[in-house]
Design a protein around this ligand. Sequence first.
Ligand code: AMP
Length: 184
Amino acid sequence: MASYRSVTVYCSSSNDIDASYVEAARSLGRLFAQKHVQLVNGGGSVGLMGEMARSVHESGGRVVGVIPLALKKIEGRAYEASDEMILTETMRDRKKIMYERGDGYVALAGGYGTLEEFLEVLTLRKLGYHDKSIVLLNTNGFYDELLSFFDKMTDSGFADKPASTFFTEVSRPEDVLKALGVGE
Ligand code: AMP
């Protein structure tokens, strides 16, 4: 079997979003499969998580889903086709395993959950807990206001280095893997 490098992807659990975000997630899924990069995600079948996982599989790739047992039971919205499904006790355990299993991290458009996950790996990198690559896929400028806010944090002295020190912003799915430096 091919040896996969693993990349953890944080993204929306909402389906009620513009088709352009779906297309970006699906394109990235195809690229992961083509480059033999294993997808690690939150294990949901919903939103961009599900779209990307299905796209990875349609192109012959591999998916690892990490999901709390309660979420799986209550919502019944786990991506059951995952090649590996890791069930955790808590949300914290889930985030820890997603963090540990990734050789790099990508955030696509998303809500509070995505933002929390992205900021955690960013903060851990800032504090020197890891030096893995982090990529923000800024589809349609979705994160422009957040990037401006990061500038404000630096300008006001709350952050000692520009946010761009810790992650790479790209606007196209085609640029994600290169920015991660994996799967080439
Ligand atoms: P959000 O951006 O608020 O939609 O949350 C999505 C992120 O939080 C994903 O990267 C997941 O890791 C996690 N998450 C939130 N809701 C779910 C769900 N229903 N199933 C699986 N993961 C979820």
